[in-house]
Design a protein around this ligand. Structure first.
Ligand SMILES: [Zn+2]
Length: 416
């Protein structure tokens, strides 16, 4: 399907302009959508009660959601409303090295189809934009109900991303003629390519938005998301209910905290950065099993540690200690009540992976307790979660949904 057809589809179902929403309304929508999938609201009063809004404001928010078919009458009980789970809403794309993973989701960022995988034809800017455009068209084509407009595209990747401007400031993974990407206005290029409102966000920040809207951050205002990847460590900070970007989008880059100035050389040019202790690659190297494919290598290292390899087990414990020390620094800095730790199952899923993961998490918790100041560690709760292949793309879709749903001017066709 050519790109133009999608634009037409959007126009056919273009909603009427609605009254602008305030930040408080947006917060109410977040709480309303964050309810479980079986949840229905029995009346406007019920919505008001559950979101803490006045009746008038609840009415305005519900009218907005109904206009876009985000909520629909519950067929079994005609007087009640439920979130329209079947309405396809967003596309999320994750860029990982030379791969794209794409999902098409409903309003809760739940993927309605199996994820699509693509190998990038090259990591140059034009090729990446073209490849994402083609993936988006295929996902639009595959969706079960083509009468509903998809409202936005979210793209996530690691590196220095200015999420508010949708720009890749610096990406060591994506190279144009051998040089890392610098200052690429990726959201703008993708909007031209796909005709979809586009949000580009750092991978850990996109996950933080996902957790805030649909995951383990729904009930707290202050939490952090940590993401341990193949080569790096990312962090998304949510304080007082807001994702913190900082002036240039660097906030949360704890992967390059120098934990040991005499440590191993890092791709950033310094030595002993956090990610040189706790990424999959770092643990593989310290285990004595360096690997070109760190996430695969980590499975081998974990197997070795389970079978009694002391060097491998020491690498898991050392990684946990340095990570826990880093988390204590974040606790002292922002005082969150929850730390959501995403990582490969060999690090974050002791029930499935056994001793190396158990020792890793245990050491993280011990180091947090030892190094945090005063009460900082007492009330925080560590929630380890294993990453799966669709997580990044789901986070990207969430980042798009969260931004676009709360900007009604975009939804009513008055945006860019
Ligand atoms: Zn570094």
């Amino acid at each position: 399907m050519p790109a133009g057809e999608n634009k037409e589809t959007r126009k056919e179902v273009e909603p009427q302009p609605v009254e602008a929403l305030t930040d408080r309304d947006a917060e109410a929508i977040r709480r309303l959508l964050g309810q479980g999938s079986a949840h229905a609201f029995q009346s406007i009063e019920d919505v008001a009660r559950q979101t803490g809004l006045s009746r008038g404001t609840a009415q305005k928010v519900v009218a907005f959601l109904e206009d876009h078919r985000f909520v629909v009458p519950d067929h079994e009980e005609p007087w009640s409303l439920r979130v329209n789970e079947r309405r396809t809403c967003a596309i999320g794309v994750s860029i990982r090295n030379d791969q794209l993973i794409g999902v098409i989701t409903n309003l809760r960022a739940s993927s309605v189809l199996p994820p699509e995988h693509r190998r990038l034809s090259s990591t140059g800017v034009d090729a990446v934009v073209r490849d994402i455009g083609s993936l988006v068209l295929d996902l639009l084509d595959a969706r079960p109900d083509k009468t509903e407009a998809v409202i936005g595209l979210g793209v996530e990747l690691s590196g220095h991303i200015d999420g508010r401007r949708g720009a890749v400031v610096y990406s060591p993974d994506l190279k144009e003629a051998g040089e890392p990407w610098r200052h690429v206005a990726l959201a703008e290029l993708l909007e031209q390519e796909t005709h979809l409102e586009t949000v580009v966000e750092n991978d850990a920040n996109a996950l933080a938005v996902h957790e805030q809207w649909f995951g383990d951050g729904r009930d707290v205002d202050d939490f952090i998301v940590l993401l341990i990847g193949g080569e790096g460590v990312g962090c998304g900070l949510v304080a007082h209910g807001n994702l913190i970007h900082g002036v240039d989008g660097i906030a949360g880059e704890i992967g390059h905290w120098v934990m040991d100035p005499g440590g191993r050389e890092c791709r950033c040019g310094n030595r002993g950065c956090l990610e040189r202790f706790v990424s999959a690659q770092a643990i593989c190297e310290a285990s004595g099993w360096p690997s070109q494919q760190p996430l695969e290598g980590l499975k081998v290292a974990a197997e070795g540690a389970r079978e009694g390899d002391d060097v491998a087990m020491a690498a898991f414990v050392r990684g946990g200690e340095v990570l826990g020390r880093s988390i204590s620094m974040v606790l002292n800095l922002t005082n969150p009540s929850r730390v959501i730790l995403f990582g490969p199952p060999q690090l974050t899923d002791p029930a499935a992976e056994g001793e190396p993961a158990r020792r890793f998490i245990q050491t993280v918790e011990e180091a947090i307790g030892q190094y945090s100041f005063s009460f900082a560690a007492w009330r925080q709760e560590l929630v380890p979660k294993a990453v799966d292949e669709r997580l990044g793309a789901t986070g990207a879709a969430s980042a798009a949904l969260a931004r676009i749903i709360t900007q009604p001017n975009v939804l009513s066709g008055q945006g860019r």
